[in-house]
Write a protein that binds this ligand. Sequence first.
Ligand SMILES: Cc1cc2nc3c(=O)[nH]c(=O)nc-3n(C[C@H](O)[C@H](O)[C@H](O)COP(=O)(O)OP(=O)(O)OC[C@H]3O[C@@H](n4cnc5c(N)ncnc54)[C@H](O)[C@@H]3O)c2cc1C
Length: 355
Amino acid sequence: MSKEIDVLIIGSGVAGAMAYSRAQERGAKALWISKSIGATGLSSGAINWPQFNADPSDKRTLAWKLFLQQVHVLDFKSTERAFTQIGSVKKCFAVQGSQFFDFDAHHKEDLIAVVGFSGLPQFDAQATAHMLEYNGFRAQPLLIEFEPQNQERWQSLASFAQDFDQASTQEACLPRVVHALQSKAMPFKHLLFPAALGFHSAGAFLQKLEKQISHSASELLGYSHSIPGIRLGRALSEHCKQDRVINYKQNGHHIDTTQLKNHGAVQTKSIILATGRFLAGGFHKKSQAFETIFKLPITQKVLEAWLETDEQQRPLNQFGEVFATNLFAAGANIEKGAPSLGQAILTGYQAGDLC
Ligand SMILES: Cc1cc2nc3c(=O)[nH]c(=O)nc-3n(C[C@H](O)[C@H](O)[C@H](O)COP(=O)(O)OP(=O)(O)OC[C@H]3O[C@@H](n4cnc5c(N)ncnc54)[C@H](O)[C@@H]3O)c2cc1C
């Protein structure tokens, strides 16, 4: 016998998470599934949102408020810029608290320390400091003797981050940073760390450190497969179930039943398709690219691709008609142009409102 629910949400990126939160907030009985992590986990962990409108009655503001509630552990802060791991300055809308550098409170002449660890050769503090100098800031590497307990070096930034989630690793690291600062005796005003200070706990470590030194400290923005991106994805997808659609039954312009691999058949009033683009597996690249579950047609311009939708975010078929009246799309899969986490927050929220 099939289960009955109000809404099935597919995809555990930011768009799926927002659709789920909004549907829950409206009292809907929702099932949220995904096959793995998508582009959200590849992002720097900082939010781009080019068309944010600060009007309190605007959907963007409502969506942003709900997003902040969902990820309160990451303590997001609004800012227009942030430092990246390659020593550049990236425009953005908000960053995780651990990534925040107060550009207004610092002068360009203030000296910044870029912290590197001897056991983490994957992050080159010297190169980052050099690039910061090239970009008009004053920066010096601060190299710290710090290795894993049982081996010479960490295998990757991810294994460093995993280790750094242990209180014992942080406790061992903190006095070494303080000692290195004292030994170097340079007038540093801020410390920049690689984007790898734990999958959960970067903020707590930095706060403890700031209490012991007279400087502020933050993490850089991550690269693709970045720890802050994964941190964001994990903070959002706690209630998501591992599953995928294997079949569905359509009655005219209505999808009646969806067959899931792990949860069996579900009867659902609405479905939200938040499965991203090619990287996340939401789109499939053949001679003619298409969306993977419902085989919806895709519009493609150079490297960008999207599903055409009506004003209610319902995907259109090859004849330009609504494919199914109860299917809504959200996130990177409907964004025309370069995708951003901000648009995924907004369209996910809207889909959760419409379903
Ligand atoms: C390398 C990179 C860096 C980026 N950096 C930034 C940045 O710094 N700031 C910014 O604002 N934006 C950034 N972006 C863009 C941003 O990451 C995306 O716009 C955003 O993550 C899209 O979210 P989404 O929820 O639509 O899709 P995704 O996060 O891609 O999620 C799609 C989900 O659907 C699931 N899925 C796919 N197919 C199926 C299926 N058949 N069944 C079940 N589940 C399925 C996937 O497993 C995944 O969980 C970056 C993108 C990339 C690729």
